[in-house]
Write a protein that binds this ligand. Structure first.
Ligand SMILES: [Zn+2]
Ligand SMILES: [Zn+2]
Ligand SMILES: [Zn+2]
Ligand SMILES: [Zn+2]
Ligand SMILES: [Zn+2]
Ligand SMILES: [Zn+2]
Ligand SMILES: [Zn+2]
Ligand SMILES: [Zn+2]
Length: 726
């Protein structure tokens, strides 16, 4: 029977841009293949499950007042001829995901219209008008497909100019040839012409920033269109390539060869010959291989709660490893699995774009065990369905250009991005599970002449350690294994600062500096750096790291604070021009410049990381390469910086934005003041200065005696479990 809701419905079919969630519930991983299918709302096209415990479709209808839904159930019709197919892939490959295409399963869809305003139990007859909308839903591109297509579209293509590139005689470009533009002194935003090896600066931007157009002028003169941006070349043989002939971003499959013509050698050339699909296939194969340990023992497949696999969505293993690691941690489980278990009952946001919905969905998906039931394939091999984190990836991608693509990304970078986002989302709730990573470092600086010391403490949430590279004899890119504790030894060791402007001696002296732990986090995140810059290109070094068996005691890496008999260096007075010029360590600058960064960038990085050495500055640099102000001139002294700020105060809008995140107006104003009224940076500033409450100088004076609140852990610092994010 047609009910009044159906009779009087004024509904519109989904447009091409509408997200239609018809494959999977937006709040859990129940999907159209389950015995109950999923309900798609005919008003807003949200997908909800009909499971009795979670009933996300029912809740959606109650919260939104959208009465009508279509239940969609997909049934696999197995092809009886499959096993006799001569073209069947060899058994080895039957386990990988791509097998789907070979088996060509066919599907049937069963649809039923329901009205939640009457009774969800009985199915309803529909009017022709409503049937048309159901048909439109069935024919629409699902949200999952939509974001997948979008993600692949982000992959840039080659053009005839990159494919048919002719290069002039090979020649070895010297370091100084690559130092600045051939026609001016600019040393950033440089584009190398792959045809003739000319180096030109980039386009002038409307606001006068950018380059002097020398690369595009070179193209206009010579017709050489294909250019590669220096500093973007990776060991995998990728780089930012721009074709001026097409006036578009391009890829060059032979980039490694083309660069070699100009003496720039990319580490692993063979990778450049692989297409994206091949790379994906390779990853699936790798997964297959990793089911076997090094000594050839077959690993047991695991099933049930906590053992749910994440499906690979085209090079998304960086995301899978980070998500598996963090949801293995008790604090993330508590926050996103337990505390948010009733979130769906009250959430009035669009679940697909609500971080809390999506983080709970992941936690529930990974930890419930519902999606990790043992199944057996035709070859008798046990497997599980696992979950596909596509909706989460689409949400992440909205906020981060790089992570929206199908390209391979750095797991550590993703981890940092995830933590930063969680901090922002949880600041107002005071329930931030990333607090377990927080701790305070103690930097000790001692002037070599007067022997006076300074202690500075900074809040941080990870350390990046250099892994000593000791090449094995007669091998290529093979290195001796390094003990984990040796990396920490390197991290805390004394470093000599040449040309330190001592505020006590009032002259340049040689100082010693070291960074240790002032407190320990509950969970210490370590990013081991295993790469070297060779010829502008970061190359991965295969250095094995030995992790200790059993608990490891880190007490010896703890700083001591001011010792009896130690005299403190006087504070540098911010106003006086003689001291306000920050003293850069030439060592640090040289080290950073050797990696191909401009002096201005090196100084900015050192300045922004409190002169804590090249390592920390380099990390900062990698995170801030895309900042619009990265190449702005540095403030010459604090007065100049202050005067820019005081000219125009923050807008009420900016203050209220920060207040919405749970900060006081006072804190917001201070943060905006410190960051030149840049809301984004102010937010960063607030998170890195959690206890700052206006009286900066007073706090600094008390710094070494203030009782610690961040990173509760003091001695004994025993860490007893290692989780690897590969
Ligand atoms: Zn659900
Ligand atoms: Zn709806
Ligand atoms: Zn009804
Ligand atoms: Zn130029
Ligand atoms: Zn050229
Ligand atoms: Zn082109
Ligand atoms: Zn929500
Ligand atoms: Zn001194």
């Amino acid at each position: 029977m047609v009910c009044s809701h159906i009779e009087n419905a004024t509904l519109n079919p989904p447009s091409a841009l509408t997200q239609v969630h018809k494959e999977e519930c937006t709040q859990c991983f129940d999907n159209q293949d389950g015995p109950e299918g999923i309900d798609v709302c005919l008003t807003c096209f949200n997908g909800g499950c009909v499971n009795k415990d979670r009933h996300h479709a029912l809740t959606h209808s109650q919260l939104t007042g959208h009465p009508l839904a279509v239940n969609i159930r997909r049934i696999t019709v197995t092809n009886p001829n499959k096993r006799n197919n001569e073209n069947a892939p060899p058994q080895k490959i039957t386990k990988i995901a791509i097998v789907m295409e070979n088996e060509e399963p066919t599907y049937e869809f069963v649809t039923t219209v329901r009205c939640y305003a009457c009774s969800a139990e009985e199915s309803k007859a529909a009017t022709p008008k409503l049937n048309a909308i159901v048909d439109a839903v069935m024919n629409s591109l699902s949200s999952a497909k939509q974001s997948e297509v979008k993600a692949w579209e982000e992959v840039i293509t080659p053009c005839e100019h990159t494919l048919c590139l002719t290069q002039e005689e090979p020649k070895q470009l010297q370091g100084q040839d690559l130092a600045h533009c051939a026609d001016c002194e600019l040393n950033q935003n440089l584009w190398l012409c792959l045809a003739c090896g000319n180096l030109g600066c980039g386009r002038k931007q409307y606001d006068g920033s950018g380059g002097n157009n020398h690369a595009i002028e070179h193209f206009e003169k010579t017709g050489h269109g294909v250019n590669v941006k220096l500093g973007t070349i990776t060991a995998e043989g990728t780089a930012d390539i721009y074709c001026y002939s097409c006036d578009d971003a391009r890829v060059d499959a032979d980039l490694a060869t083309h660069l070699a013509n100009w003496g720039i050698n990319v580490a692993q050339q063979q990778k450049t010959e692989k297409s994206m699909t091949e790379l994906q296939l390779e990853q699936n194969m790798k997964f297959d291989f990793s089911m076997t340990t090094e000594d050839g023992k077959q690993l047991e497949p695991k099933f049930g709660a906590g053992y749910t696999g994440l499906k690979n969505l085209g090079n998304s293993c960086y995301m899978a490893s980070v998500l598996q690691s963090v949801f293995h941690m008790e604090q993330f489980q508590l926050r996103y699995n337990q505390q948010l278990s009733d979130h769906a009952l009250t959430c009035i946001a669009d679940p697909a774009t609500c971080w809390h919905c999506q983080l709970h969905k992941l936690a529930d998906g990974l930890l419930s065990g519902r999606y990790s039931q043992p199944l057996t394939n035709d070859d008798g091999v046990q497997y599980q369905d696992g979950i596909a984190p596509g909706m989460f990836k689409a949400l992440v991608g909205k906020n981060h250009q790089e992570f929206s693509t199908m390209r391979q990304q750095d797991a550590f970078e993703f981890f940092q991005f995830l933590c930063k986002t969680i901090q922002q989302k949880e600041h107002a709730t005071k329930n931030d599970p990333t607090n377990v990573f927080d701790f305070v470092t103690e930097q000790r600086l001692q002037c070599g002449k007067c022997k006076k010391v300074r202690y500075q403490r900074d809040k941080t949430s990870c350390i990046s350690v250099e892994v000593p590279a000791r090449p094995k004899e007669n091998t290529e890119n093979e290195y001796e294994a390094v003990d984990f504790t040796e990396c920490l030894d390197v991290f805390v060791r004394d470093e000599t600062l040449d040309g330190y402007q001592c505020p006590n001696c009032n002259e340049k002296t040689i100082a010693q500096r070291s960074v240790k732990f002032s407190t320990f986090p509950e969970i210490l995140v370590v990013n081991p750096r295993r790469f070297a810059f060779v010829n502008w290109v970061p190359q991965k070094l295969n250095i094995p790291i030995n992790f200790p068996q059993g608990p490891v005691q880190l007490d010896k890496y703890m700083g001591t604070g001011q010792q009896p008999g130690e005299e403190l260096l006087p504070e540098e007075s911010a106003g006086s021009s003689s001291c306000s010029e920050p003293s850069f360590s030439q060592n640090d600058i040289d080290q950073l410049k050797a990696m191909g960064f401009s002096e201005n960038r090196c100084k900015r990085a050192l300045l922004n990381t409190g002169h804590n050495g090249a390592d920390i500055a380099m990390n900062w640099m990698f995170e801030h390469m895309e900042d619009p102000d990265i190449d702005d001139p540095l403030p010459t002294d604090n007065i100049a910086a202050a005067s820019i700020t005081s000219k125009s105060g923050p807008t009420a809008d900016q203050i209220s934005t920060l207040q919405e995140m749970g900060f006081t107006a006072q804190q917001a104003k201070k943060a905006l003041h410190e960051t030149n009224n840049d809301t984004e940076r102010a937010l960063d500033w607030l998170f890195s200065h959690p206890d700052d409450n206006r009286e900066m100088s007073e706090q600094a004076a008390n710094d070494t005696t203030t009782p610690e609140v961040i990173g509760g852990k003091l001695k004994p610092a025993v860490f007893d479990e290692f989780v690897l994010m590969l």
